[in-house]
Unconditional design. Sequence first.
Lengths: 114, 114
Amino acid sequence: DTEVTQTPKHLVMGMTNKKSLKCEQHMGHRAMYWYKQKAKKPPELMFVYSYEKLSINESVPSRFSPECPNSSLLNLHLHALQPEDSALYLCASSQDLALAYEQYFGPGTRLTVT
Amino acid sequence: AQSVTQLDSQVPVFEEAPVELRCNYSSSVSVYLFWYVQYPNQGLQLLLKYLSGSTLVESINGFEAEFNKSQTSFHLRKPSVHISDTAEYFCAVSLNSGYSTLTFGKGTMLLVSP
């Protein structure tokens, strides 16, 4: 199984809402990543978890709050977002950080903030 | 730090024509190189990768790329494209020592028309 799953596929939320994105993998990978991708742009790294601990935060605003409850699951909690946060949010995983170059990507969650 | 340049933001071609998508990288140390494909409204899929060994790497759907160290290039080619190859193509680089995540180019949109 080389699949990373993400739910929901689409999400529309208001600026005062609280919502969460979910990412799951069952490949035994110990590194997981969140990316943000705007239209016609490459993915931008947001967070990296290694062995369920946050390793990298690329200066992401606090309205984005990641969580890694176990080695298979990665959440991204959203609160008080702005319209400019509308984007495709991609999750990825790799066997571990030393193999960060070999990432498997999920299909993404298309987020629209109104 | 490493960087990736994809000079062509869009490449229009006719079906069954050959295509080359250009990718150049910059790095002071050895790198791994990747091509990812993103079909409309989907996540990223690894198309092919160069880690070591033969400088010519091939994908299962007819694409190939050649690592050229002297020209710091990793151009993607296909001798005959299909309508279904219409997608965004991202070149990415990673350092091959220590922890290094992916650095993406800006992407090239391949538009195949009948």
